[in-house]
Design a protein around this ligand. Structure first.
Ligand code: PLP
Length: 399
């Protein structure tokens, strides 16, 4: 018998966290590494949120267990904010507060999938989805999109992937890793297709507030209301409020699914840390100025990033409209000899770039998209400039 179960042994290390760890280890050794690997804002959590947490620490109410699906006031605040920001009417009873959006993703699949149920996953996809689907006994069915299509999947592609085992469509806009945002017509077309075929939709809205230019966010169950009874939303404070370390997310769904998820969570982790929940409550109900300030900084870096990447020999980049990632194709840099090495995959290229230029990015293989690279632009303007310039110089130094 294997020491580790086959189910868990099949899970790989998170490639994004692995790249981040390698870059940070080099930094500790004194190397000047530019890290495009981490998917988190570089800003500190805004002061008024931190202050609410400090006060919460001193309040003995927060030293005890609290209801597993979340503090009632925070569930209420999430319902209120969902109405205010998305125009989606839900009750507090339809919200479960989770240990980050990641736990919401896993619990949603655990609650929806029976062994062999298929989930259509547009690729490139965030690294966690296929693992969460597999752990829940489901089968991820990727549908590839390319830089030429702006990484947006069409109804025709989805229909070609549908079988009688398809239960769920995973929908993410804005997307990690591509930054692609679907317009209203596309959200409607995809939502109607899912509805017509009786599919469930898990829609990950964690980057809702990070959209730029003329792009707009649209929540699928608002655009296609008849889908609401088969829609689960994943969301959280991590990206909007620079709160990745606080671990607060949530899931919104129909009452039967929310009840099942609440039961699961009561045995899995119980309540999310009360201090973090109080901080999230301050984030959702307090001043929103810092959200706009951070978004403006990301937008500026996004535009600069695209400009710089377009000047990199062998790179092709679509302008990201949301989140904080650029996802260039580096296919033009493969098969060429750079400093005595000839990378044939972006996995090898990423290692070469880290070794030779001390720049970390996540190779596309991690997202089901070989040939591409994810560069998070949630880092300081100077570092961003320096990092892409180093890549451009290295690629120019090839034969
Ligand atoms: C698309 C997407 N969904 C969900 C999450 C989960 O975020 P967290 O667990 O930090 O709330 C992330 C984080 O990288 C993400 O990129």
């Amino acid at each position: 018998m294997p020491r580790v179960s086959r189910r868990v042994a099949a899970i790989g290390e998170s490639p994004t966290l692995a790249v981040d760890a390698k870059a940070k280890a080099l930094q500790v050794k004194g190397e000047s590494v530019i890290n495009f690997g981490a998917g988190e804002p570089d800003f500190p959590t805004p002061d008024h949120i931190v202050e609410a947490a400090v006060q919460a620490c001193r309040d003995p109410r927060n030293h005890r267990y609290s209801p597993a699906p979340g503090l009632p006031e925070l569930r209420e605040a999430v319902a209120h904010k969902t109405m205010a920001d998305s125009g989606y009417s839900v009750s507090a009873a339809q919200v479960v507060i989770t240990n980050g959006g990641k736990q919401a993703v896993y619990e949603a699949f655990a609650a929806l999938l029976d062994p062999g149920d298929e989930v259509i996953v547009p690729a490139p996809y965030w690294v966690t989805y296929p693992e969460a689907i597999a752990l829940a006994g489901g089968v991820a069915v990727p549908v590839a999109t390319t830089v030429a299509e702006g990484f947006r999947v069409t109804v025709e592609q989805l229909e070609a992937a549908r079988t009688e085992r398809t239960k769920v469509l995973l929908f993410v806009s804005p997307s990690n890793p591509t930054g692609a945002v679907y317009d209203r017509a596309a959200v409607e077309a995809i939502g109607r297709w899912a509805d017509d075929h009786g599919l469930w939709v898990l829609t990950d809205e964690i980057y809702q507030h990070l959209v730029y230019g003329s792009a707009r966010f649209h929540s699928m169950p608002v655009v296609v209301p008849s889908l609401a009874d088969r829609t689960v939303i994943v969301h959280g404070v991590a990206k909007t409020y620079a709160m990745t370390g606080w671990r607060v997310g949530w899931l919104i769904g129909p009452p039967d699914v929310v009840k099942a998820v609440g039961n699961l969570q009561s045995h899995l982790t119980s309540n999310v840390a009360n201090v973090s929940q109080r901080a999230a409550l301050a984030a959702l109900t307090g001043d929103q100025v810092s959200v706009a300030t951070m978004r403006a900084a990301f937008d500026r870096r996004r535009r600069r990033m695209v400009e710089l990447l377009r000047a990199v020999p062998g790179a092709e980049v679509a302008e990201p409209e949301g989140a904080f990632y650029a996802f260039p194709s580096f296919q033009g840099a493969l098969g060429r000899t750079i400093r005595g090495r000839t990378p044939s995959t972006t996995l090898e290229l990423a290692e070469l770039v880290l070794d030779e230029a001390k720049v970390a990015f996540v190779p596309g293989e991690a997202f089901g998209a070989p040939g591409y690279a994810r560069l998070a632009y949630a880092l300081g303007d100077d570092a961003l400039e320096e990092g892409v310039t180093r890549i451009a110089k290295l690629f120019a130094d090839s034969a």
